[in-house]
Design a protein around this ligand. Structure first.
Ligand code: GLA
Length: 652
């Protein structure tokens, strides 16, 4: 059972405001300017030391904490809290020179060399020995420092180094498989090794899914993903154990990456590891950019079980790692920050405080830009700080449960996008975000919940591309419908079990009865093909050849071509509820009317007045309502005032 803690501090509740702070990139005299400007901006907290290993331990076992003492004292003297990193994210050159065996190996057998960051094998015992020594030194030195309010383990664990195919990883993978399967027979069954002469006779024969002559075993690939997450979790626990031993009163966290296409870590059960959830999020340009931000914040809030979480990083404006790094438009700094707050964040923190002068991130925006404090950016940051101070009443409030949920499942994301499938064009998260956009268009709140969440209180549950449905999940979903829930799912859902084995007898095996349909064959579409539906929408990517039960209602049929007359969207009354099915990719515009019909059949209505639906996102924390302008135009809120373009109103 998880017990949530928060950064250690006294005083009235407030929203924290801050950034990653990298003073080691600047001469000492700049630090004084930094804290002066931090005070002006109302910065309450910084994350410190994330990439400082080489400065803290310039040579093997020779520690230099003097400069960090100085920074911590300076910050404390200025009432700024420190979320202190364990500084283990990136090993220093002396370490990789002495121990090149800690460098990861990619699937082609190439070494990942130093020169960037995070070049360490998650399974490396040598790396762990050195990293844990540093953690112990740091925790011992700063245990009593009054600025220390939280520990920040490593940084974005797995961001660059999650998959390592070295011999050391192979050995650890075998041990992991042994504890998962116990016997060779069980592994051979799970991996379906009767196929292509893959039968294993001994654990020592097993390797990570290195570059192979053709498609590697799909279950081996899935298990390697699961293993790689578990290894990082184990590493996190090793750091945490030391921090707990030496500083039991200081909460420990690490920054998740629930954002866009970052898919390698299944965070579903990571929340049990952290004292409070922290997340990093960066937007990608595009028509659903804001919806995706809201989706990620929403999912983070539900991973945190509805409790407050910590937005550890986002950007004040452009990033530096996209093909084209778009600057934020007026209003977006506040709107993005407050959208995270609306979904439960009690902190607004950025990468980074002062824009770097050198290094790979010098074009990444920051709170204090190259131009200095006399800049529109800094003035906007100061204004945001002031606004957040005025919103202190939000701190500590919980997300209010929505009338609908979207199930999010990393296992289905991984499995549905593996190779050798009916199409390689399918994108799991895109489909989920499309449904989320449709909810926003309808003005109906939906919680984006991990697949393990209890569904019983949600009148409507949407499960987009829920590809992996183990028997117990199939039973849980069926019971949910039987007991009166309204489930909607899509193409390529319920196809395989946890071993990536097909459910036989017609798709989607575990949901066939509830859905009142049976699919004998998938019929994916080529890029230049479309499927017209008789409700005026158009499908792409996928179609299914569906047979429906006599009591299944066909809400829309295919209109043209081979599929003409076949069901496309269906709804089946089952027990006290219903189960709906959408067999093609409708995109946000096509899903919007289809969802509206499912919602109205389920009796779920918008909490917003009709003229605001679609234009405004509503998010609720206890008694606080957030109205977020999804458009570039001003919006009249009647008695509640007026929303500026891209503006956010926070109402009590
Ligand atoms: C990640 C990292 C930061 C920084 C930002 C840039 O989130 O944690 O150190 O590199 O990306 O967007």
């Amino acid at each position: 059972m998880r017990t949530t803690r928060w950064v250690r501090r006294s005083g009235a509740p407030r929203l924290e405001f801050g950034a990653d702070y990298n003073p080691e990139q600047w001469p000492r005299e700049v630090w004084d300017d930094d804290v002066r400007a931090m005070r002006e901006a109302g910065v309450t907290i910084v994350s410190l030391g994330i990439f400082s290993w080489a400065r803290l331990e310039p040579a093997d076992g020779a520690f230099d904490f003097g400069w960090l003492d100085d920074v911590l004292d300076l910050l404390h003297a200025n009432d700024i809290l420190v979320d202190l990193a364990t500084a283990t994210a990136s090993p220093p050159p002396w370490l990789t020179a002495a121990h090149p065996e800690i460098l990861p190996i990619d699937r082609n057998g190439n070494t990942i060399w130093p020169g960037g960051r995070q070049h360490w094998r998650p399974t490396s015992k040598t790396f762990r020995t050195y990293a844990l020594r540093l953690v112990r030194e740091l925790a011992t030195r700063y245990a009593e420092h009054p600025a220390l309010c939280a520990w920040h383990v490593s940084n974005e664990l797995g961001c660059h180094n999650i998959y390592d195919y070295s011999d050391e990883a192979a050995q650890a993978f075998r041990e992991w498989l042994r504890s998962r399967y116990r016997t060779m027979d069980a592994l051979n069954h799970a991996w379906g090794t009767a196929f292509w002469s893959q039968h294993y006779g001994d654990w020592s024969e097993i390797l990570p899914p290195r570059i192979a002559a053709t498609q590697p075993n799909p279950t081996q690939q899935l298990d390697f993903k699961r293993f790689s997450v578990d290894v990082l979790r184990d590493y996190y626990r090793a750091e945490k154990a030391i921090l707990r031993e030496l500083t039991p009163d200081i909460p420990v966290t690490t920054n998740f990456m629930v954002a866009g296409a970052v898919k390698d870590i299944d965070y579903t059960d990571w929340v049990d590891e952290v004292d409070f959830v922290a997340n990093d999020h960066y937007r990608h340009p595009g028509p659903q950019s804001l919806d995706e931000l809201s989706f990620s914040a929403n999912l983070t809030g539900n991973l945190a079980g509805g409790e407050p979480w910590f937005l550890m990083e986002h950007s004040t404006s452009a990033v530096n790692w996209q093909p084209v790094n778009v600057a934020k438009r007026p209003g977006e700094l506040d709107r993005d920050s407050l959208t995270h707050v609306a979904h439960g964040s009690d902190a607004v923190s950025f990468f980074q405080w002062r824009q770097s002068r050198a290094g790979a991130e010098k074009y990444h925006s920051a709170m204090l830009p190259h131009a200095g404090t006399d800049s529109a950016m800094f003035r906007s940051v100061v204004a945001l700080g002031e606004r957040l101070r005025g919103l202190a009443f939000v701190a500590g409030t919980r997300r209010k449960k929505a009338p609908a949920a979207i199930i999010f499942d990393w296992q289905s994301w991984w499995a549905a996008e593996q190779d050798s499938h009916p199409t390689d064009r399918l994108l799991y998260r895109r489909e989920a975000v499309d449904w989320y956009t449709a909810f926003l268009n309808a003005g109906v709140r939906a919680d984006v919940v991990p697949v393990t969440a209890s569904l019983t209180d949600y009148p409507v549950v949407v499960a987009p591309i829920l590809h992996v449905i183990p028997a117990d999940l199939g039973a849980r979903l069926t019971t949910y419908v039987q007991n009166g829930g309204h489930l909607v799912t899509t193409y390529f859902s319920g196809i395989v079990d946890e071993n990536d084995h097909i459910w036989l007898g017609g798709y989607p095996g575990p949901l066939r009865d509830a859905l009142g349909l049976r699919i004998e064959e998938f019929a994916p579409l080529l890029d230049d093909e479309q499927a017209e539906l008789d409700n005026g929408t158009t499908g792409t990517l996928w179609t299914d050849r569906i047979e429906v039960a006599p009591d299944t209602e066909v809400l829309a049929s295919y209109k043209t071509g081979e599929m003409a007359g076949r069901p496309a969207v269906t709804r089946h009354p089952f027990g006290a509820g219903s189960a709906g099915y959408v067999s093609t990719r409708l995109g946000p515009d096509g899903i919007t009317p289809v969802l509206a019909e499912f919602l109205s059949r389920a009796g779920v209505t918008s909490e917003l007045p009709p003229d605001l639906r679609g234009r405004v996102e509503l998010a609720v924390r206890d008694n606080v309502r957030f109205l977020i302008n999804r458009t570039d135009d001003p919006i009249d809120l009647g008695p509640d005032g007026r929303l500026a373009p891209r503006g956010v109103a926070v109402l009590r």
